[in-house]
Design a protein around this ligand. Structure first.
Ligand code: PLP
Length: 262
């Protein structure tokens, strides 16, 4: 994809009022990459930096209508999917996106770090068959990879996502010795993206990584370049993490301008 004059990314995700994860974080990440952010909430959550208190799914028919009307009016270059809450919301999203064939980054959000479910279990089959199949990229962490494929080995799990029909897979935190390295797999082969081990485990790192990749794809960057640069950018945000509330720290995000060529 060449660089659009006004890159647009659409996040379809859950609302996190802290701004540390979910839709609110995605829109900040897009803006810091010079990408216009459109957003459609799939659920409201009552949560703080200490954890998720309660979630309320959106009305599926309203989600479908928002997506249909928005895309017909203002087509995004990339769609990023995060928390989808229920099978009915997930189906509404897949039906609404079906006819557009837009590149999509799927963050298969199943559970928050505090254990709260962000997608009901009965939706796992449709997540694989309707959204991961045909995705440009799917970004599971090891727990999500295991829950969706039955495999914890990052390479074997990654291959199963490719067999499901994903174009590429980024298995996060997949290194055997616990290093925060991510494995990128596509038809062209496998690449390890190295991370730096840190004590802090800020809120929203998975959302930030998939949003940064989506923003870079919207800017016209190639997938491998986008994933490598996004990983380094999130690593810096983790290094600067701030104890903004009483619970987990938030990422310290910074502008991610495009390199000046020439
Ligand atoms: N809330 C929303 C809306 C999310 O999308 C996510 C993660 O994707 C979380 C909470 C949980 O974030 P964490 O994994 O940092 O607990």
């Amino acid at each position: 994809m060449s660089r659009p004059d006004f890159p647009i990314a659409l996040s379809i995700a859950g609302s996190d009022p802290t701004g540390g994860a979910g839709l609110q974080l995605d829109l900040q990440v897009f803006a810091l990459h010079g990408v216009h952010g459109s957003g459609i909430p799939t659920a409201l959550s009552a949560q703080t930096t200490r954890g998720v208190h309660r979630t309320l799914p959106a009305f599926p028919e309203n989600v479908r209508e928002q997506i249909t009307l928005l895309i017909a009016d203002m087509k995004p270059h990339v769609v990023k999917l995060g928390m989808l809450a229920t099978d009915d919301v997930l189906l509404a999203v897949s039906v609404a996106l079906e006819r557009w064939g837009l590149p999509r980054v799927v963050d298969p959000v199943l559970r928050a770090s505090d254990g709260a479910w962000l997608l009901e279990r009965r939706a796992h089959g449709n997540l694989c068959e309707r959204l991961i199949a045909g995705a440009t990229l799917v970004t599971p962490n090891l727990d999500e990879a295991e829950m969706l494929t039955g495999e914890r080995d990052p390479e074997r799990a990654g291959r199963l996502f490719l067999e499901m029909g994903a174009g590429a897979v980024l298995v996060k935190g997949g290194h055997a010795d616990g290093a925060p390295d991510d494995l990128l797999l596509d038809a062209g082969g496998t690449t390890w993206l190295r991370g730096t081990r840190r004590d802090a485990s800020p809120h929203g790192t998975g959302c930030a990584l998939s949003a940064a990749i989506a923003a870079r794809l919207a800017r016209g960057e190639a997938l491998r370049d986008a994933a490598g640069a996004a990983k380094a950018w999130v690593d810096t945000a983790i290094a600067g993490a701030v104890p903004a509330g009483g619970g987990r720290p938030l990422l310290r995000l910074s502008p991610a301008p495009e390199p000046v060529i020439g």
